[in-house]
Design a binder for this molecule. Sequence first.
Ligand code: 3HC
Length: 317
Amino acid sequence: MTENTAHTDSQLAAFEDKVANEQRIEPKDWMPDAFRKTVLRQMSQHAHSEVIGMQPEGNWITRAPTLHRKVILLAKIQDEGGHGLYLYSAAETLGTTREEMVQALHDGKAKYASIFNYPALTWADIGMIGWLVDGAAIVNQVSLQRTSYGPYSRAMIRICKEESFHQRQGYAATMVLARGSTAQKAMAQDALNRWWWPALMMFGPHDSDSAHSGQSMRWKLKRESNDVLRQRFVDQAVPQAEFIGLQIPDPNLKWNEERGSYDFGAIDWDEFMQVIAGNGPCNRQRLAHHIRAQQEGQWVRDAMHAYELKRQARAVA
Ligand code: 3HC
C-alpha cells in the first residue's frame, strides 16, 4: 500500500478545501502523512531550539553586570523554556511523544536552530541574542501565527506576545554598551560582527535551495518564504544598528531605493551547512549538555509519573 492510499478522495478534498479557505487543520482532522511529517519536523525543531537556546544565555546569569540585568535575563530564559513546552505540547497532538522528539534530537535525527551553535563570549553577546536572534525569531514567528496547523498557530500567537520583550531587552542592553565607554562599544561591535551573519542564516537557505519551502507554502504551513522574511529582518535591523552607532559587518550592505530595501552581501552557506551538519563551534557541547540535563532530570519525571499514577488510583478507589 502506498503512503496514504487508505484515505478517500473526499478526505483529501476536505483537507485541501480547509487549507484553501484559510481554515486551521486540527489534530482530529484527516491530513496527508507527508503534511503530518513535515509539521512535526518543523515544530519539534522549533521546540528543541527554544530549549537549547537557553544554554548560551544561561551561561551569563551569574555574570550579568547588574541585578537588574540578571532579573531580566532570568525572566527571558524562563520564557524560552515555556515556549519549548508549548511547542512540545502542540507537537504531541500529531501523535508523537515528547520523549520520542527528545530522543530523535539526541540521536541526531532532529535539528535545532543553527544559531545556538555559536558561543556567547561576552556580555554583549547576550544583548545580541536578544536584539538579533529574538528579533529574527519574531519576524519568523509573526508570520507563523498564520500557519495552517491549528495548535502550531495558537502556540505562535502566545509565544509572540513574549518575544517582543526579548528583542527589546536585548536591544536596550546593546544600546547601553554602544553608548558607553570605548571598550564597551568595541565589545558590542565585536559581538555584532560575530552574530550578524549567523542571524541571517536562521531563516534557512535561499528559496531556490530550500528543500521544503515549496510544499510548505502550498500547505500554508509556511506563509512567507525564507528570503522574504530574511529581507524583512535586515530592513528592520539595519536602522536599529545605525541608531546606536554600530556598523553592520557587510561591506555590500546598501539601501536600494528602487526596491525599498537593503541589498546585502552573500551568506556563507558552506558555514551554514557545516553548522547544521553538527560541525559548528558549539554543537557537541550543546547536545552533551542537553543529554546530561535530560538524564539528571529523570528523577523529577519519574516522581511526577509516580504521583500521577497514585492520584489516578486514589480517584478510582
Ligand atoms: N537551523 C537549523 N536547520 C535549518 C535552519 C536553521 N536555521 N534553516 C533550515 N534548516 C534545515 C531545515 O530543517 C531543513 O533540514 P531537514 O530537511 O533535515 O529538516 C533544511 O535546512 C532545508 O531548509 P528549508 O528551508 O527547506 O527548511 P524549512 O522549510 O523547515 O525552513 C525554517 C527552515 C525557516 C527554520 C523553518 O523550519 C521554520 O520556520 N522553523 C520554525 C522557526 C524556528 O525553528 N525558530 C527557532 C528560532 S530560535 C528561537 O525561536 C528561540 C528564540 O526565542 C531565542
